[in-house]
Design a protein around this ligand. Structure first.
Ligand SMILES: Nc1ncnc2c1ncn2[C@@H]1O[C@H](COP(=O)(O)OP(=O)(O)OP(=O)(O)O)[C@@H](O)[C@H]1O
Ligand SMILES: [Mg+2]
Length: 323
């Protein structure tokens, strides 16, 4: 189990993560979703004991990631964002070496097994420096799995993989997540939807949404957009539409279209048409459009950044810079 309380990390004056609180249970796959720079990797590096937080605590199965960092590393399988591999070693020997560090029993058999799981059994004798990007990623994933960790922390596990491997790795993660705790980061919403039991959306170091993927989808469907075009006086028409019941926001786009966001339950189109025609506008277009998952993600992260500007970091003296 992963448990995070008020976890905060400042890089000098920049607050990368800001009082994060979440847990991930055994038997759960938790997705960590957010745009570039949201703080996903920072959180994962802290959870795996590779970096200290500025404040707050994180535990893995009750062990503090800083105080018990050695024990934590044995409990955790970590696929970092960039996998550090020994270039001059062969795949099999590298994994065997890493397994020995974790005192893995029957290491040859275990390495062979993991190589099959990540689809690298035919490359076991290749030098790591000769591997493609996706293959390196798979070796990194193999390394994370090797010692049967209770908790898996995977930083963008499917990045760089071909479609066949993406499918296999997703299935693998799902099956591991049935008995263990898995936390993974991704930019791909459909991936989170397919493999995660729960998703946290993070933006600028803060959690902006946390839910089961199907419920996030529900939030998506709770919004609808209608595009409206009038022949002239677009700004005035937009102002008139703002007052209509069911309308959440109205925006004039650069193209001259008016974007009307409304709640799903109410179809605002008749109201829009009536209002505009009665007020003497020529209505040229009235197009409804459903909002997809990507849009809700953008919306959630955009709203969070405009409504909650990041706090100034608290003064602290643990200014560490990373190697
Ligand atoms: N070593 C560092 N020193 C200073 N700032 C850093 C360092 N590492 C990350 N940051 C900053 O912290 C913020 C969070 O970065 P982080 O790598 O955690 O984001 P991320 O969510 O993993 O993004 P991505 O999706 O691009 O991988 C960013 O603004 C980044 O520039
Ligand atoms: Mg990252």
């Amino acid at each position: 189990m992963i448990s995070v309380q008020n976890l905060t990390k400042d890089y000098d004056t920049h607050r990368a993560i800001d009082h994060l609180n979440f847990t991930a249970e055994k038997g759960e796959v938790l997705g960590f979703l957010g745009p570039n720079g949201a703080g996903k990797t920072t959180t994962m590096r802290i959870l795996t004991g590779f970096m200290s937080p500025t404040s707050g605590t994180a535990t893995i199965d009750g062990l503090d990631v800083m105080e018990d960092s050695l024990k934590v590393r044995h409990k955790v399988g970590y696929l970092p964002e960039t996998v550090p591999l020994y270039e001059d070693m062969r795949v099999f020997d590298y994994l065997k070496f890493m397994g020995q560090l974790h005192k893995v029993q029957e290491i040859d058999e275990r390495v062979a097994e993991v190589l099959i799981q990540v689809g690298m059994d035919d490359r076991s004798q290749s030098l790591i420096k000769n591997l493609s990007k996706g293959m390196r990623q798979r070796v990194g994933l193999g390394q994370a799995l090797l010692h049967h960790p209770d908790v898996l922390i995977l930083d963008e596990p499917t990045i760089g993989l071909d479609p066949k491997q993406i499918k296999e790795v997703r299935n693998l993660i799902k099956s591991i997540g049935k008995e263990r705790t898995v936390m993974l980061s991704t930019h791909i919403l459909s991936e989170a939807q397919q493999i995660c039991d729960r998703v946290i959306i993070i933006n600028k170091g803060r959690i902006v949404a946390e839910d089961a993927p199907e419920n996030l989808q529900g939030r998506v469907s709770a919004l609808r957009v209608v595009y409206v075009r009038v022949s002239e006086k677009t700004d005035q028409a937009a102002t008139a539409l703002r007052e209509l019941p069911g309308v959440l926001s109205v925006k004039v786009l650069e193209t001259g279209r008016i974007e009307v966001e409304n709640v799903r339950e109410s179809d605002v189109r008749p109201g829009i048409a009536r209002k505009l025609v009665e007020s003497g506008y020529d209505l040229l277009e009235l197009t409804p459009e459903s909002v997809n998952l990507e849009d809700i993600f953008l919306k959630l992260t955009r709203e969070a950044s405009s409504e909650n500007p990041p706090l100034e970091p608290e003064p602290n003296d643990s200014q560490e810079s990373e190697a």
